[in-house]
Design a protein around this ligand. Structure first.
Ligand code: ZN
Ligand code: ZN
Length: 503
C-alpha cells in the first residue's frame, strides 16, 4: 500500500477523537458509558469508507489491522516461534499474531490474570465474497476479446456481479533476484478497473434471463485486440507463470508489485468492485459500500479493541481479552486460517502454557464468553413478507442478536441475557433477528467456535441490506454503534458474566 502512513494517521486521529475512556484504568468501578454523539458515530463511517477502498482484499485488511495494532503498541508474535519469553517479560501485555496473511489474533493479557478467570473474546470473519483468479487464467481469445479465468468464492459470479467495474488485487509471491528467498507483495489496482462481466441486453430474449452458466457466461473481459500477441522477452519466458497467464496480465501485476515478470512465482488475486463507498440517502441515513460481509464487523471490533487497549493499564489488569479475525467463513471455515483452524484456541493455549504450571483449559473456557460478530439481515421494506414480525433489524439502532431455534446461530438464552445486560450497562440498544419458519438460517463461525472450545458463544452483528450482493447497505451510524458496543464488551464482559454465577 502506497500511503499506509496517511491511513494510520487518519486512524490515530479517529481514535483520539473518539476514545471517550482514555486513561481510565480497568479497575475503575463499572458505570454507564456516556451516550456517544451522532456526529461521532457517523465519523466511523467515513473512516470505514476509506478503509474498505484502500483494503479491498482480505490480505490488505489483515495487513492494515496488523499495522494499526502495532501503532497502538501491540507486539507481533510469530507462530513459528515460542512465545514464552515475550509473554513473561512483563507478565502479560498486548500482542498479536497472523497466520497466512489472512487470519489475525490479537490479545491483551493482564499481569494479574490466571486461567480460572477465563477470556472475553470476539471472533469475526474478514473474508468476503469475491471472484478468485484461477491457477491458470489464460483462456482462448474470442474474436479478439481477452478473457480471464476466474472462480467464484462463496457463490459469486451471478448477475449481481455483472456490469460492475472490477479491479484486481491480493497477494503476489515473487523471488528475490539474488537469492532464492520467496517474498510477498500486496497489490491493488484501484481506482483502475481491469475487468468487466458484461450482461446480455434484454433485447436478446430468453438467453438474457438468469440463471447463467458461471463457467461460460460470467467470464470477465480484460481487453480487446486484433493485433498479433506481443512477444515475451527471453527473461520473461523464465517466469514460472509464463504461459499460464496472459503476458498483459503478468506485466500489469509485476508493475503493481514493483518487481519484474521473471521474478513472479505465484498469484493469489481477486476481482473486486473498485467503486468507493459513500454515505447516501436524502439525509445520509445510509452507508453504501462493497464487502460489508464481513469487513464491517472485523473493522468495528478491531477499532473497538484498539480503543479499549488505550483505556487500560496491563500492570493492573486481571482480565484476558482477545479478538480473532478469520478467513474462509464464506466457504465453511474448514481451513488452517478459518475458524475451524483454531488460531484463537492456539493463542489461548500458548498464554496458559506461559503463565501456568498446569494447563486447565476446561475451567478457562467454562469461565469465558465469546462473541461471534457477523452481519445479519436488516429489514427490506420491499420484501416485508419474508421477514419474521418483531425480528426486523433497522438502521442506526444498534447491533442485532442472531437467534435460531435450530442453533445455526450459537446464541442461547443465557447469551441473550448477557448481551441485554451488557447493552444496558453501556447504553446500547440491541435488536433481534430470527428467520421465519419457512426459510433456512445461514451460518457463522459461532457454532464452530462454541463446539471447539465449550465456551458460551453469542452470535450478533451489524445489520445490513443486500447481503452477498457485490454492493450492500447499512446505516450511517451502524459502524459507530458497532464500535461502541464492542468496546463496551471488552471493558465490561467480566463483571456482567459474573452476574450469572454457575449458569
Ligand atoms: Zn458473514
Ligand atoms: Zn456471508
Amino acid at each position: 500500500m502506497s500511503d499506509q502512513r496517511e491511513i494510520i494517521d487518519h486512524l490515530t486521529k479517529t481514535l483520539e477523537l473518539l476514545s471517550v475512556e482514555k486513561g481510565k484504568s480497568q479497575q475503575t468501578p463499572v458505570k454507564k458509558v456516556a451516550e456517544a454523539r451522532d456526529e461521532d458515530l457517523v465519523h466511523y463511517s467515513y473512516s470505514y469508507i476509506n478503509f474498505s477502498y484502500e483494503n479491498p482484499t482480505i490480505y490488505h485488511a489483515i495487513s492494515y489491522f496488523g499495522k494499526a495494532l502495532e501503532e497502538a503498541g501491540f507486539e507481533y508474535l510469530s507462530e513459528k516461534q515460542n512465545w514464552q519469553r515475550k509473554l513473561l517479560e512483563g507478565r502479560g501485555g498486548k500482542f498479536y499474531t497472523v497466520r497466512n496473511g489472512t487470519n489475525l489474533s490479537a490479545f491483551i493479557v493482564g499481569k494479574n490474570w490466571d486461567q480460572s478467570k477465563g477470556v472475553g473474546a470476539i471472533g469475526a470473519h474478514a473474508d468476503s465474497l469475491t471472484a478468485k483468479l484461477k491457477p491458470i487464467t489464460k483462456k482462448k481469445n474470442v474474436e479478439g476479446f481477452e478473457l480471464l479465468g476466474v472462480a467464484p468464492y462463496g457463490g459469486t459470479l451471478n448477475e449481481l456481479w455483472f456490469d460492475r467495474d472490477l479491479g484486481i488485487g491480493g497477494r503476489v509471491l515473487y523471488k528475490e533476484k539474488d537469492t532464492n528467498a520467496i517474498q510477498n507483495a500486496l497489490i491493488n489496482s484501484a481506482p483502475h478497473p481491469i475487468a468487466k462481466i458484461p450482461s446480455l441486453a434484454p433485447h436478446f430474449g430468453a438467453p438474457a434471463v438468469p440463471p447463467f452458466d458461471k463457467e461460460t457466461q460470467a467470464v470477465p473481459i480484460i481487453g480487446y485486440s486484433n493485433d498479433e500477441a506481443e512477444e515475451a522477452t527471453e527473461e520473461e519466458k523464465c517466469c514460472p507463470l509464463y504461459g499460464k497467464h496472459s503476458l498483459h496480465l503478468l506485466r500489469y501485476v509485476a508493475k503493481l508489485a514493483g518487481v519484474e515478470v521473471s521474478q513472479l512465482v505465484q498469484l493469489d488475486l481477486d476481482l473486486f468492485d473498485v467503486q468507493k463507498g459513500s454515505l447516501g440517502g436524502i439525509k445520509n441515513d445510509f452507508l453504501f459500500v462493497p464487502r460489508i460481509d464481513d469487513k464491517i464487523c472485523s473493522y468495528a471490533s478491531l477499532i473497538a479493541f484498539i480503543e479499549y487497549s488505550r483505556s487500560i493499564d496491563v500492570a493492573k489488569l486481571d482480565t484476558f481479552t482477545s479478538l480473532t479475525l478469520y478467513d474462509n467463513e464464506e466457504i465453511g471455515s474448514l481451513s488452517r486460517q478459518g475458524a475451524k483452524g483454531g488460531l484463537f484456541e492456539a493463542t489461548v493455549s500458548r498464554v496458559v502454557q506461559a503463565f501456568e504450571e498446569q494447563l486447565d483449559l476446561h475451567t478457562l473456557y467454562a469461565n469465558s464468553i465469546i462473541l461471534s460478530a457477523d452481519v445479519n439481515h436488516m429489514f427490506n421494506p420491499n420484501f416485508a413478507e419474508v421477514y419474521l414480525e418483531h425480528h426486523r433489524p433497522k438502521p442506526n439502532v444498534g447491533v442485532a442478536l442472531s437467534l435460531d431455534a435450530n442453533v445455526h446461530m450459537a446464541t442461547d438464552v443465557v447469551g441473550t441475557t448477557f448481551v441485554e445486560e451488557l447493552a444496558r450497562l453501556n447504553g446500547d440498544k440491541v435488536q433481534y433477528f430470527h428467520i421465519k419458519n419457512n426459510s433456512r438460517s445461514g451460518g457463522t463461525i459461532g457454532p464452530s467456535i462454541a463446539a471447539q472450545t465449550g465456551a458460551r458463544t453469542i452470535d450478533l452483528g451489524i445489520p445490513q441490506l443486500s447481503m452477498h450482493s457485490i454492493r450492500a447497505t447499512t446505516g450511517s451510524k451502524d459502524v459507530g454503534l458497532g464500535v461502541k458496543f464492542f468496546r463496551g464488551f471488552f471493558k465490561n464482559w467480566r463483571p456482567v458474566l459474573d452476574q450469572f454465577g454457575d449458569l
